[in-house]
Design a protein around this ligand. Structure first.
Ligand code: ATP
Ligand code: MG
Length: 392
C-alpha cells in the first residue's frame, strides 16, 4: 500500500477532439509544478495519479496542485494492490484505518457514513453495492458510525481500477478549476507592483493563457527594491502561470522627455501610450497575441473610457482587462486568496507615481494627445527602451 494523490480534471473533458492536447498540457504543468517533489505520475481513466513523494511534503504538494488550473478536485488516497482471488482484505483494512482516523477527530453527535464503491474492473464477481456492504460492516464494528446512504456525514470511497489497484479516500479537495495554462495562447502582462495587475494575470491564467510579464522601472526615481518587489510578485503568480519570465524596461528617459516637452495634463496618457508601444513590440517578438492590464473602470483618472481609448490606439494587440468591472474590494479579496496582497501593499514607489501632475486630464482628447506627442522622437525612444530591456 502507498499514499497517492488523485487528480480529477473537469472542464477539459468537454473539449472533444482536443482532449488529448489539453490533457498533455495539464500533465506537463503538473509535472513542472511538482518538480523535485514527486517523481511518479500515471494516468488512469480520466484521472491522474501522483505518487513517489515524501509524505512530509504532502501538504506543500497539495498547495502546489491547488494552483494548477485545469484540476477540478483532488484526493489523498491509499493505493492498495487488489487481487480478488484473495478477497478484499487490503481494501477493508484501508477503509477501517480511515474510519478510525475519522472517528478520532469526529465532533458530530451521531455520525453517519456511506461507502461508495466504483468498480471499473468488471471481472470481480460481486456487484458494487455488495462490496460496499462488506466494507460497511467493518466500519460499523469499529466505530460508533451508522449507515446513511443519502444524508451522510462521511463518505468513504473505494475506486477499484482495472490495473490491479484500488484507491481508498474520503476527502475531496477543490482544485483551481479553469483551463490548463497554455491552451489559450500567450499574453503579455503589464505587471506593476500594485494590487491589481497580479490578480489580472491570475485571472487570465485561469482561462488557460500563458504569460510573459513586463515591468517599467524608472531608476533612480524608482529603487532596485521596488523592482525586486515586482519580481517577488512574479514568483508568487508563477505558481499559477506555469512560469512567468519578467522583462524590466528602463523607462526614465521616456518619462523625463515627456515631463520636459509635453503638457502636464497629458503626462499619464502619453506615458501609458509608450508602455503600450513597448509592450506590443516585445510581445510580438515573443509570440504573444494579447496584452493584459489590471485596469478597472473609473478607478483612477487614467482608467476612464477616454483614457483607455487613447492608450489603446498605441497597442498593436488586443488588450484584456479582466478586472474592468471589479470593485477594489473584490480585487483585494482575490489578491489575498492568491497570496499577492501582502507583497503588493509594501510601500514602494512606482514609475506611474513620479512626475504625477496636479490636474491630469480625465477625459483626454486623442487628437490633442497626438498633437502633444509630436514633440517627441517616439520611434527612437521606444527603440532605445526595448534595446535596454532586461529579462529576469
Ligand atoms: P495596479 O494595482 O496593477 O498597479 P493601479 O490601480 O495602480 O494598478 P494604474 O497605475 O493606472 O492602476 O495602472 C493600470 C495598469 O497599468 C496596471 O494594472 C498595470 O497593468 C499597468 N501598469 C502600471 N504601472 C506599471 C508599471 N510600472 N509596469 C508595468 N505595468 C504597469
Ligand atoms: Mg499601480
Amino acid at each position: 500500500m502507498d499514499r497517492v494523490i488523485i487528480l480529477r480534471y473537469g472542464e477539459i473533458f468537454l473539449k472533444g477532439k482536443n482532449k488529448s492536447y489539453f490533457e498533455s498540457l495539464l500533465i506537463n504543468n503538473i509535472k513542472q509544478s511538482l518538480k523535485g517533489y514527486a517523481h511518479e505520475f500515471s494516468r488512469s481513466q480520466g484521472r491522474y495519479v501522483v505518487s513517489g513523494y515524501d509524505a512530509d511534503f504532502e501538504n506543500e504538494i497539495i498547495d502546489k496542485l491547488k494552483k494548477v488550473f485545469g484540476i477540478h478536485s483532488l484526493s489523498v488516497a491509499d493505493r492498495v494492490e487488489t487481487n480478488f482471488a484473495g478477497g478484499f482484505d487490503q481494501i477493508i483494512e484501508s477503509v477501517k484505518n480511515l474510519a478510525l482516523k475519522t472517528a478520532q477527530s469526529n465532533r458530530i453527535a451521531k455520525p453517519s457514513f456511506r461507502i461508495t464503491v466504483k468498480r471499473a474492473d468488471k471481472h470481480i464477481p460481486l456487484k458494487s453495492f455488495e462490496i460496499a456492504a462488506i466494507i460497511a460492516d467493518t466500519v460499523l464494528k469499529n466505530t460508533n458510525f451508522t449507515v446513511d446512504l443519502t444524508d451522510f456525514d462521511y463518505e468513504f470511497s473505494v475506486d477499484i481500477r482495472e490495473n490491479g489497484y484500488s484507491y481508498v479516500y474520503n476527502d475531496k479537495i477543490m482544485g483551481a478549476g479553469g483551463l490548463p495554462v497554455g491552451c489559450s495562447s500567450k499574453g503579455m502582462l503589464l505587471l506593476s507592483g500594485g494590487i491589481d495587475s497580479p490578480v489580472a494575470g491570475y485571472m487570465m491564467a485561469k482561462r488557460g493563457m500563458k504569460q510573459l510579464a513586463i515591468h517599467f522601472a524608472s531608476p533612480p526615481y524608482t529603487s532596485e527594491r521596488a523592482t525586486a518587489k515586482v519580481a517577488e510578485l512574479r514568483d508568487i503568480i508563477s505558481a499559477y502561470t506555469a512560469d512567468l519570465p519578467l522583462y524590466v524596461v528602463p523607462f526614465t528617459e521616456i518619462q523625463l522627455e515627456i515631463h520636459e516637452k509635453c503638457p502636464a495634463e497629458f503626462m499619464i496618457t502619453i506615458m501609458r501610450r509608450f508602455m503600450m508601444r513597448i509592450a506590443t513590440d516585445i510581445a510580438k517578438r515573443e509570440g504573444c497575441t494579447a496584452i493584459i492590464t489590471g485596469e478597472s473602470l473609473g478607478q483612477v483618472a487614467s482608467q476612464t473610457v477616454e483614457s483607455m481609448t487613447s492608450t489603446e490606439s498605441c497597442a498593436g494587440l488586443p488588450i484584456f482587462r479582466p478586472l474592468i468591472a471589479f470593485d477594489k474590494e473584490e480585487t483585494m479579496d482575490l489578491a489575498k486568496k492568491i497570496g499577492t496582497y501582502d507583497t503588493s501593499i509594501q510601500p514602494f514607489e512606482d514609475c506611474c507615481t513620479i512626475f504625477l501632475p496636479k490636474n491630469p486630464s480625465i477625459h483626454p482628447n486623442l487628437k490633442r494627445v497626438e498633437e502633444a506627442e509630436k514633440k517627441l522622437d517616439i520611434e527612437a525612444l521606444v527603440e532605445r527602451a526595448v534595446a535596454a530591456t532586461e529579462k529576469r
